[in-house]
Design a protein around this ligand. Structure first.
Ligand code: PGA
Length: 254
């Protein structure tokens, strides 16, 4: 049985005190209300990672992640943060390849393959994002785009390393737009992603890989999305900024 996950992506939102109080609320609500076996991850700004990781220490269901890292462990890269640093403050996950990083910071599949190596070699788990733009969807290129994002970013790994990876399908046109992919559209891509993984690493590895959906996922649409056979949870932006909404998305599995 593959792991079910709901991960929050706070992006560049909330100040430190707001973040701490929302995270504490999330922990309390998860403990009081979540009866299923799903895992909850909150991916916060770097400067809150240590405090949130401390709060999550004895919480079996709740973990903390970063939203990016540099591909080197150390060096003359002013202003950058390495996977080693993220590991050293107690976080467990790192989002890689979010479309905002690809779009605004020029992250390529090659750089993302290097970042994946850095994350795995520091015993962290990547939440590796793929997804097509509106133009790519409308021109029908989306299967090819997603295939190259996965293969160029991840298919240099061996099966054991790949077993540490969480994937997230986030159609760019659905992120922060209120425009969700229909459950059928999302399921079609998730099934495609799983088929590509099976071709590369074999069916047992594909069956064990968690593939999240992201893009305007909220308490209203989460249940239908999560009930699809190849959708194993969500990567949640806007709705992760309010503890009530976020935990309601988590509870869509119950
Ligand atoms: P959204 O963002 O839920 O606000 O659409 C999702 C994401 O970018 O991870």
């Amino acid at each position: 049985m593959r792991q079910k996950i709901v991960a929050g992506n706070w992006k560049m939102n909330l100040d430190y005190n707001e973040g701490l109080s929302i995270f504490s609320e999330i922990i309390n609500m998860v403990n009081d209300e979540v009866t299923g076996r799903q895992s909850v991850i909150v991916c916060c700004p770097y400067t809150y990672l240590h405090s949130l990781s401390q709060l999550a220490k004895n919480q079996p269901k709740v973990s903390v992640g970063a939203q990016n890292c540099h591909q080197e462990d150390a060096g003359a890269y002013t202003g950058e943060i390495s996977a080693r640093m993220i590991k050293s403050v107690g976080a467990a996950y790192v989002i890689l390849g979010h479309s905002e990083r690809r779009q605004h910071f020029g992250e390529t599949n090659l750089v993302l393959s290097q970042k994946t190596n850095a994350v795995l070699s520091n015993s962290l788990k990547p939440i590796f994002c793929v997804g097509e733009t509106l133009e790519e969807r409308e021109s029908g290129q989306f299967f090819d785009v997603i295939k190259s994002q996965i293969s160029e970013g991840l298919f240099h790994l061996d099966a054991q390393q790949f077993g540490q990876v969480v994937l997230a399908y986030e159609p760019v046109w659905a992120i922060g737009t209120g425009k969700t992919a229909t459950a059928a559209q999302a399921q079609e891509i998730h099934a495609f992603i799983r088929k590509e993984i099976a071709t590369q690493f074999g069916q047992p590895v594909a069956d064990e890989t968690t593939v999240l959906y992201g893009g305007s996922c909220n308490p209203k649409n989460a249940k239908e999305l999560f009930s699809q056979p190849d959708i194993d949870g969500g990567l949640i932006g806007g709705a992760s900024l309010k503890s009530r909404d976020f935990v309601d998305v988590v509870k869509a599995f119950n």
